[in-house]
Design a protein around this ligand. Structure first.
Ligand code: COA
Length: 264
């Protein structure tokens, strides 16, 4: 058993633990609702790269805590170091999950905001607590979708339900996510991590070459389109991040007030 600290994310804000063929990556910044900083994205991208190369890792499980998966991008950190280039840490992380060849699982409890929801489109198996609340409030933040969610949300939910989630930014709960097919199973929050870990260990016992080929074949048809959409989204996202509406939304969040978009 080993919890290795990552050099780039301070104070073990991403925990990396490999056991029985399963590499578990844990968002570990509960005081800030597991919101993700650039340093954490770098740690996650590096960990996925290492997991891909390590024959002892047969699958990866992403998780938060029983009360919160992640509140998405750390807003203050985003303002200080906005992602402006395709090699920015957040985009490195998104590419790492979109192209990850081994099975990728997630255990989600509590809020899963922004990238906390969109990363799930790239997971193969998702287990949710009955307290899971998914939201993609990009428009409410003056931004646009990322992680190819502008393509994958509509593909999964249908255009109208995706519009509720992406244009209105309305959250949806675990049961709705189950019905849409975004999650495999809903469990009591205290059981989610153990259940997901059990499924991951079951996968880890299967023949690796078959897992790799099966996932590759399942994804092959859509991968080029996903990468193209992600590239286009990242250009829009970076541009909108520098514009007034996003600045107003982020300031409003920091000042704990409602944003005023009347000028934008
Ligand atoms: N970025 C930075 N800090 C964040 C954060 C984020 N995305 N989400 C939460 N935090 C911080 C809060 O500022 C607060 O810090 P403080 O204690 O120093 O004041 C702390 O985490 C607790 O958050 P709080 O809002 O009080 O918790 P809550 O339980 O009432 O609500 C959420 C939880 C996740 C619903 C709420 O924090 C939220 O909506 N966060 C913003 C999510 C978001 O818009 N993310 C998308 C970014 S692109």
């Amino acid at each position: 058993m080993e919890n290795s600290p990552t050099p780039s994310a301070s104070m073990n804000e991403v925990l990396i633990h490999t056991e029985a063929g399963v590499c578990t990556l844990t968002f570990n910044r509960p005081q800030k609702k597991n919101s993700i900083t650039a340093a954490m994205y770098t740690a996650l991208a590096d960990a996925l790269q290492a997991a891909q190369a390590d024959p002892a890792v047969r699958c990866v499980l992403l998780q938060g805590h029983e009360a919160v998966f992640t509140a998405g991008n750390d807003i203050a950190d985003f303002l200080q170091q906005p992602p402006t280039t395709p090699d920015a840490p957040v985009f490195r992380f998104l590419h790492a999950i979109a192209g990850f060849p081994k099975p990728l699982l997630a255990a989600v409890c509590g809020p899963a905001v922004g990238i906390g929801s969109t990363l799930l489109f790239h997971c193969d198996l998702v287990y949710a607590g009955d307290n899971a609340a998914f939201s993609m409030p990009f428009v409410n933040l003056g931004l646009c979708p990322e992680a190819a969610s502008s393509l994958l949300a509509a593909r999964l939910m249908g255009h109208q339900r995706a519009a509720e989630a992406l244009l209105l930014g309305e959250p949806f709960m675990a049961e709705a996510a189950l019905e849409m097919g975004l999650v495999n199973r809903v469990l009591p929050p205290l059981e989610v991590a153990a259940h997901a870990q059990g499924v991951a260990r079951k996968l880890a016992l299967k023949p690796m070459a078959s897992l790799l080929e099966t996932k590759r074949l399942m994804k092959a048809g859509q991968t080029p389109q996903v990468l193209a959409v992600m590239a286009e989204e990242s250009v829009c996202f970076s541009r909108l991040l520098r514009e007034g509406a996003a600045r107003e939304a982020f300031s409003a969040f920091m000042e704990r007030r409602r944003p005023d978009f009347s000028k934008f």
